[in-house]
Design a protein around this ligand. Structure first.
Ligand code: PLP
Length: 390
């Protein structure tokens, strides 16, 4: 098996920062107690949890008890949607949910599940640039709308959504607002007061923290029915022994991301701009998906007309370059990306698209090499396709 030498799939996951790993290790080896145990070892773990919660709360500008630790982005999204919906099933009368057609499947499949319980869901379409307009959300609101869920940044095309404006109009109407900030955390501001959100999902492995750990920010007073039952962990809100090393690592990874934010974003964005500009100028019939400016600093998503995206990826892999043809969760399925379809691409165009997402350790030399391989491979695949058609 060949090795990946150039990693350009940071939207799928990131390596754990060695500094993060270092602070996690003692919670596997020395301070391994269960935070629910009353003896010293347990209290040590409890103290680490409390500290991690407080540090995360500082970054979000919220109260520590508004942070609920989870197993990652998928669980946070499920908890947000099902938690609010089932609270209303018990206590309210509203049955209507508004989300968008290009959310991550953790949100979309939760919404579809809720439809089986009688909830009605409106799936608002983003515009062709991949932006959800607040007016489109406002139009979708009904007197019985209980929840709006719009992602902060899209995981495939990287477009950043006008979350503040959407949060503001939801608050005016008294509707709970959730944002999936999994791709935004570590890159965009997370101050929940400024954003005005009620619920916000985060996953550690997208910002150089460990996999399998995340949190849901839950504004005090948000109607929510907790979904996981068992022990009294997380103040009876999410049962299960906490992933102490993971949570400690997540808090530190988030702190590092915001301490180093400007430098990281500037460096990555410069590489991204070079990648986009050179792809568009050097490779004919290539088209950028998603708004040119209103996108994450690390996201490049391009359609190469007449080229099969999966074949292109396999060829990149042979050259040691890791990229993706949409969200990692749908790899292996032949369905064209629902995100690209939602912004109006044809199934054919969607299947001819690749996503390259940069990270803090990519170098200009790696970008140059990727451009050379892309240019050569796209030309070769196109000429093969032409020969076959003759
Ligand atoms: N939401 C978005 C926007 C994502 O990009 C992802 C992961 O790709 C998730 C949710 C799921 O997060 P996790 O992998 O932590 O379950």
């Amino acid at each position: 098996m060949n090795r990946t030498e150039i990693y350009l799939d940071h939207a799928a996951t990131t390596p754990v920062d060695p500094r993060v790993l270092e602070v996690m290790v003692p919670y596997f080896t020395r301070s391994y107690g269960n935070p629910s145990s009353i003896y010293a070892l347990g209290r040590e773990a409890r103290a680490a949890l409390d500290q991690a919660r407080a540090r995360i709360a500082r970054i979000l500008n919220c109260q520590a008890r508004e942070i609920v630790f989870t197993s990652g982005g998928t669980e946070s999204d499920n908890l947000a949607l099902k938690g609010v919906a089932f609270w209303h099933l018990l206590n309210g009368r509203g049955r209507h949910i508004v989300t968008t057609a290009f959310e991550h499947h953790a949100v979309l499949h939760s919404a579809e599940y809720l439809e089986r319980f009688g909830f009605e869901v409106t799936y608002v379409r983003p515009d062709p640039d991949g932006i959800v307009h607040p007016e489109a959300i406002e139009e979708a609101l009904r007197p019985d709308t209980i929840l709006v869920s719009v992602m902060y940044a899209n995981n495939e095309i990287g477009t950043v959504q006008p979350i503040r404006e959407i949060a503001r109009l939801c608050r005016k109407r008294g509707v709970t607002f959730h944002t999936d900030a999994v791709q935004a955390a570590g890159t965009l501001p997370l101050d929940v007061e400024k954003l005005g959100v009620d619920l916000l999902s985060v996953s550690a492995h997208k910002f150089y923290g460990p996999k399998g750990v995340g949190f849901l920010y839950v504004r005090s007073g948000t109607p929510i029915l907790w979904q996981q039952h068992g022990g009294a962990q997380e103040s009876n809100r999410r049962a299960g022994t906490e992933n102490v090393p993971g949570i400690v690592g997540m808090a530190y990874a988030l702190e590092l991301a915001y301490e180093e934010l400007e430098e990281r974003n500037a460096r990555i964005q410069a590489l991204r701009d070079r990648l986009i500009d050179d792809i568009l100028s050097r490779i004919p019939d290539a088209r950028l998906n998603g708004h040119r400016e209103r996108r994450l600093p690390n996201n490049v998503n391009v359609t190469f007309e007449g080229v099969d995206g999966e074949t292109l990826l396999l060829n990149l892999d042979l050259h040691g370059i890791a990229a993706s043809s949409g969200s990692a969760c749908t790899t292996g399925s032949t369905e064209p990306s629902h995100v690209l379809l939602a912004i109006g691409r044809t199934p054919e165009q969607a299947r001819s698209s690749v996503r390259l997402t940069l990270g803090k350790d990519n170098t200009p030399e790696e970008i140059e090499r990727t451009l050379d391989v892309l240019q050569e491979t796209v030309a070769r695949l196109r000429s093969l396709a032409r020969a076959r058609a003759r």
